[in-house]
Write a protein that binds this ligand. Structure first.
Ligand SMILES: Nc1ncnc2c1ncn2[C@@H]1O[C@H](COP(=O)(O)OP(=O)(O)OP(=O)(O)O)[C@@H](O)[C@H]1O
Length: 260
């Protein structure tokens, strides 16, 4: 399928966020188009994770406006963002370590489950049909991520790279229209990084999922992103296509002397 970048679906305007005296974000504006891979980069403490947390309603900025699919979002909370089709992975893996891969990925279906325990008691057939449908979707995700051989393994026993892949699976199970990925390749070796890159590109290409990505590995970012926004000390210092950003003197200066 030829992936076609669509209209702007997420607009961040004049976002400022402080924690007491610490200004995490200062007057930041950027947008995200449907189906694109949009990366947020910047040195440590630049405000990248804070920005993802504003997008999915974990943090509420003191100033600025967030518009998603044409609607200004007020009082956003993470569960509301999830209901609107925004899924998220975390910098530190947030999985149930004692649970199997398949059960962890199943938790990604929670929002889609209509039948609760009372439904189960009263409408056994309906609940059963729903369960089968959820299981089917989870199996599709497992096939897609090529993790059939570890489906029953407790997540805590898996190597780090695979745990990250399972976390991506849990986000995918929610069938999101937008995924926020916080350093999905951190701590991975070269081969694991290549795999993760391929999966991100495939998700984007095959499901049309819009991806907002935080990543420290410059090579990866420049390779897979359609557009990149650069933060430094909570301020935006660059925004554009990879080539444009790479040649931006402010970006070069911010990265000189840093390891990423
Ligand atoms: N919950 C919080 N309470 C207080 N300060 C915070 C909080 N979250 C972030 N900050 C501060 O906001 C600034 C930006 O942090 P943030 O984690 O967003 O940066 P980052 O670019 O994601 O960094 P890294 O690359 O190290 O993950 C930092 O100075 C950080 O200490």
């Amino acid at each position: 399928m030829a992936r076609e970048i669509g209209d702007v679906i997420l607009k961040m305007e004049g976002i400022s966020l402080s924690f007491g005296g610490v200004k995490a974000l200062t007057n930041i504006s950027f947008d995200v188009r449907e189906h694109e891979i949009r990366s947020i980069i910047g040195p440590n403490g630049a405000g990248k994770s804070s920005m993802l947390n504003v997008i999915n309603g974990v943090y509420h900025p003191q100033e600025g406006q967030v518009t998603f699919r044409g609607e200004v979002r007020r009082d956003m909370e993470p569960h509301k963002a999830a209901k609107q089709g925004i899924a998220r992975t975390f910098q530190n893996i947030a999985l149930f370590k004692g649970m199997s891969v398949i059960d962890n990925i199943m938790t990604g279906r929670n929002l889609k489950m209509k039948c609760n325990v009372f439904h189960h008691a009263l409408h056994w057939g309906k609940a059963r049909a729903e369960e089968i449908e959820h299981r089917k979707k989870v199996e599709e995700v497992i096939d897609f991520l090529e993790i059939q051989n570890i489906r029953k393994t407790p997540v805590g026993r898996l190597p780090y790279g695979l745990q990250k892949r399972v976390e991506l699976g849990r986000a995918l199970a929610a069938e999101p229209s937008m995924m926020l990925l916080d350093e999905p390749m951190a701590g991975m070796n070269v081969e694991e990084k290549q795999d993760m890159c391929r999966f991100i590109l495939d998700v984007n290409d095959q499901f049309g999922t819009t991806i907002v990505l935080i990543e420290h590995d410059m090579g990866v970012v420049m390779d897979i992103s359609d557009r990149v926004v650069v933060l430094d000390y909570g301020k935006k210092i660059g925004d554009g296509e990879p080539d444009e950003v790479k040649n931006n003197p402010d970006v070069i200066a911010a990265y000189l002397g840093t390891s990423h």
